[in-house]
Design a protein around this ligand. Structure first.
Ligand SMILES: [Zn+2]
Length: 232
């Protein structure tokens, strides 16, 4: 009874609202109301992960096996608004929520046996300090919980030195000043990895980080993002 009172009191001071329509949430709802959740623009990439337009787009840039994206991206649409909340409105819970939902969907398709660990694409440490969290890691946390697979933060994003910036096709496409590397004394030998990021646009960031894992002996790398296409 006492606990219930405290909860009601907290709800009064910090009301929980749907991140899309702002309606007050019921106790059993988290992040989105049931109506908005039912209208999420879910893709069908999980049904054809080895053969889809995202995979085609990365042809010749990396040799990942499967490419997945949870939501369709449309300008000013639901996905863009959720990503905006996640990245710029200090709402890490949006990433966790979407990861959890996507994980439940992937679990139904038997994906959980595919991976030994989930690796989020890292932010540069200065950016991480500024934002306070890595949005890709928040998405990874939700996926990890639903799929029962652990997260491993084994990549780091560093400013490229001169020798690392021999401009490859990938680097010309993406962020040339920053590159990825495996943290020291980490082994990915023979591991099946799900690499996750918030959005896939050109694919440059994901390909660069996937290639680091593959070059260090990962057996297989698959990619999953919250959304495909568009800029936030
Ligand atoms: Zn809503």
């Amino acid at each position: 009874m006492r606990l219930l009172f405290v909860k009601d009191f907290l709800d009064l001071i910090f009301p929980r609202n749907c991140e899309l329509c702002t309606r007050a949430l019921f106790d059993y709802e988290f992040c989105l109301c049931t109506i908005c959740e039912g209208k999420l623009p879910i893709t069908s990439y999980h049904l054809r992960a080895t053969d889809n337009d995202l995979k085609d787009k990365l042809q010749g840039l990396t040799r990942v096996s499967r490419v997945l994206a949870f939501l369709k991206f449309t300008k000013n649409g639901k996905t863009q608004r959720l990503l905006h909340q996640l990245k710029y409105r200090n709402k890490p819970q949006v990433g966790y929520y979407l990861g959890k939902k996507y994980g439940q969907l992937l679990l139904k398709q038997d994906y959980s046996k595919s991976w030994d660990c989930i690796v989020p694409v890292p932010l540069h440490r200065m950016k991480l300090k500024r934002r306070g969290y890595n949005q890709s890691e928040e998405f990874a946390k939700g996926l990890a919980e639903s799929l029962g697979i652990q997260i491993e933060n084994i990549l780091e994003r560093i400013v490229a030195t001169e020798t690392q910036t021999k401009k490859s096709r990938l680097e010309r496409m993406g962020n040339v000043e920053e590159v990825f590397q495996l943290k020291s004394s980490i082994s990915v030998q023979n591991r099946n990895i799900l690499l996750v990021d918030d959005v896939i646009t050109t694919g440059a960031t994901l390909c660069s980080s996937a290639n680091v894992l593959l070059a260090n002996g990962a057996k297989n790398v698959d990619l999953a993002t919250i959304a495909a296409g568009g800029k936030i």
